[in-house]
Design a protein. Structure first.
Length: 253
């Protein structure tokens, strides 16, 4: 369908070397976008690139460190020069810390906030300036169920992801006059290569018991949401957080 056609669009997926970032990169490429994946692990990035190319898509990789402003600004400038413009940005790089709040050190707290919130801000700032010049663009940030509710022993993570939601809303308001839509995806629990070893036994049973649909998400389902938010179909959607969780938050237990 033309509404979801991303041909002639260039998408930058930060954190596209694994997990949900990889799934969204593959999904965007499948919809016709030229995809650039960026992150710190060049080997993982190339695996995503090869997966896209094997399926007939166009993809490139750039090593970039979201913890370093110079790295972000330089890489975004290189991408913009090489490809002419960045039409779509997906911020999927992130980290997690599971530890009782009163035991979290200053360094641990700072590391999570710096990656999940400040790193997202750095990339939004660098790419947003390019999009303002072009008077169009789509920015998709990755929030969390923890943007809304408390998660056990995860205060640094939930604080960072709550910040991502308000960053998304502020950018949506500020960039709306420039025809740039800024939204977030709040994923529930998806099985990926990164978490499949811990999604077993009692932990898995507890998650499924709190999910009305009684299953985990598939990566194709988050890819579809990314395509929607990156496409013409969402041109009047901005400042929104789309939750994909099988009803977890709606149940509220």
């Amino acid at each position: 369908m033309e509404l979801f056609n991303l041909e002639k669009k260039t998408a930058l997926v930060v954190g596209g070397g694994s997990g949900l970032g990889e799934a969204m990169a593959v999904g965007l490429a499948g919809a016709g976008a030229t995809v650039i994946v960026a992150g710190r692990n060049g080997v993982k990035l190339m695996n995503t690139v090869n997966r896209i190319k094997d399926n007939g898509g166009a993809a490139w990789s750039f090593v970039m460190d979201i913890l370093n402003t110079d790295s972000v600004d330089t890489t975004v400038e290189l991408i913009a020069r090489r490809f002419g413009r960045i039409d779509i940005l997906v911020n999927s790089a992130g980290t997690h810390l599971k530890k009782p709040t009163l035991e979290v050190t200053d360094d641990e707290w700072a590391a999570v906030i710096e990656t999940n919130l400040t790193g997202t801000f750095r990339v939004c700032r660098a790419v947003g300036k390019k999009m303002v010049r072009e008077k169009c663009g789509k920015i998709i940030n990755i929030a969390s169920l923890g943007s809304t509710v408390a998660l056990t022993d995860a205060a640094a993570y939930t604080a960072s992801k709550a910040g991502v939601v308000l960053l998304t809303k502020n950018l949506a308001v500020e960039l709306a006059p420039h025809n740039i839509q800024v939204n977030a995806i709040a994923p529930g629990v998806f099985r990926t290569s990164l978490n499949e070893k811990v999604l077993v036994g009692e932990r898995l049973e507890r998650i499924l018991n709190n999910t009305p649909m009684k299953r985990l998400g598939s990566t194709e389902e988050i890819a579809g949401t990314a395509v929607y938010l990156a496409s013409k179909a969402s041109d009047f959607v901005t400042g929104s957080v789309l939750t994909i969780d099988g009803g977890f938050l709606a149940w509220g237990i």
